[in-house]
Design a protein around this ligand. Structure first.
Ligand code: PLP
Length: 442
């Protein structure tokens, strides 16, 4: 009953687009095509929490452009702000007041983040944070968690060993296996990989290798390692090692910033030196940023011949992103954050109860408005617990069945709620999820 948009398009429209794309785009798409066999649906337009594809199918959008659209599609204040700004020109080789306004909106809600600079993506934000940590410490090695995704920047594309027999490297610590080709061997040799679910082992590794590290990149709810909230013990180990060895703690809040009014670090009692931002801060336009205490952020001040790190470029702080981000954050006040988090908590709780009641080996992890499905009833702690993916093929069937029933989730069956959603949508989502899991497992 969701295919009610009244559009008259041929049913093969997305297929035709994908065939056309194959001739000019390697892999067919910049989006994860291979997860949508035989081809992904092409988006036509979105409104609120609903998205319509090229063939007129209307789906409940729980991908929200990989969690970046906290207010869903075409949020009126964003549309209005962008419409007004676009008529004035889209980019200038000069600063605009819009960047000050967004910087004030971010620093105003997150007291630990006293300063911020903008770039164009979460990948860039992490890259600049890594460079900042290197400049602040005079060291080059970086630690990250096994399996954690921080964008497509070379040092962050390590620690993805999928074969259990090779999980640990020659020195007995988790291996810095790249998941892409083209990573310089020197980078692999100096990158330290930490096990998210084992704080004691992290402490041991950091005791031995901490003094070589410029920074530790940490996402306290890393999606690719299961969307499992970080333990208090892990937070303590990281803060202790950073204080002892002078390591910069880099929090990746590219997704997490939406979890709390003052940012994810505030929920976990973290005191990061630098925070990588993205997604929601751009209100649906390309965005990234690095934020933190003024003393740390001074490293990006390279005016007047200061030897800082250059953070910026042609489209950094472009006025369209800045006004879209400002309109988004203005409407995502404390009440809106709490409401969305409560909606998500209730959704996961009710769906998990329904899985148990139906005797299904499945669970939703996550926090606040974020969720991820796992086809196992076991307690999950980290990357190793979900590698290989429990019920891998069945999980792909769940994703396909959800899409066929009118729900778009990310390729690994994770998702984010958006503020236009109400209990009506989360109840529908929960019911479809239980049905699709039962079908895929049965
Ligand atoms: N960090 C995290 C935690 C992410 O989820 C992502 C993107 O999914 C990134 C960094 C990279 O952000 P972007 O895709 O904007 O480059």
């Amino acid at each position: 009953g969701l295919n009610d948009t009244g559009l008259e398009l041929p049913l093969t429209h997305s297929g035709a687009a994908f065939m056309r794309a194959q001739k000019v785009i390697p892999g067919g798409s910049m989006r994860p095509s291979s997860w949508f066999p035989p081809h992904p649906p092409y988006a036509l337009r979105g409104q609120g929490c609903w998205l319509t594809d090229l063939d007129g199918n209307r789906v409940l959008d729980c991908s929200n452009n990989f969690f970046s659209l906290v207010h869903g599609h075409a949020f009126p204040p964003v549309v209005e702000a962008v419409r007004e700004a676009v008529g004035q020109g889209t980019a200038f080789g000069l600063p605009t007041p819009s960047e000050i306004a967004l910087a004030e909106a971010i620093t105003g809600r997150a007291p630990h983040l006293e300063r911020v600079r903008f770039c164009n993506s979460g990948t860039e934000a992490v890259m600049y944070a890594v460079k900042g940590a290197r400049a602040l410490t005079g060291r080059s090695a970086i630690a990250k968690f096994e399996g954690a995704y921080h964008g497509t920047y070379d040092v962050m594309e390590l620690g993805y060993e999928s074969s259990p027999e090779n999980w640990d490297g020659p020195d007995g610590d988790p291996a810095a296996t790249p998941y892409v080709r083209g990573t310089p061997p020197g980078l692999i040799a100096e990158t330290v990989i930490l096990p998210y679910g084992d704080p004691a082992r992290c402490a041991d590794i950091l005791r031995r290798k901490g003094r070589t590290l410029a920074g530790i990149v940490f996402d306290p709810l890393a999606s690719r390692i299961g969307m499992i909230p970080a333990s208090a013990a892990l937070v303590e180990v990281l803060q202790e090692a950073c204080a002892r060895d002078g390591i910069m703690l880099i929090c990746d809040e590219v997704i997490g910033f939406r979890m709390a009014h003052a940012g994810a670090h505030s929920l976990f009692g973290l005191k990061p030196d630098l925070v990588a931002l993205g997604k929601v801060i751009g209100g649906g336009l390309p965005a990234g940023g690095v934020a933190g205490p003024a003393a740390r952020m001074a490293v990006y001040d390279h005016t007047h011949g200061k030897p800082g790190v250059a953070l910026g470029g042609t489209f950094s702080a472009n006025p369209l992103t800045m006004v879209a981000g400002k309109a988004t954050l203005d409407a995502y006040d404390e009440a809106a954050v709490s409401r969305l988090n409560a909606l998500g908590d209730a959704f996961r709780e009710a769906t998990n109860a329904a899985f148990r009641a139906a005797g299904l080996e499945a669970q939703l992890t996550g926090m606040g408005g974020l969720f991820r499905l796992h086809l196992t009833g076991r307690v999950l702690r980290d990357f190793r617990d979900i590698t290989p993916t429990p019920g891998g093929e069945a999980l792909a069937r769940v994703q396909a069945a959800l899409l066929a029933s009118g729900v778009l989730v990310t390729p690994n069956v994770s998702g984010a709620l958006s503020t236009p959603m109400t209990e009506a949508e989360t109840t529908l989502l929960g019911r479809l999820m239980v049905d699709c899991v039962a079908e895929a497992l049965g």
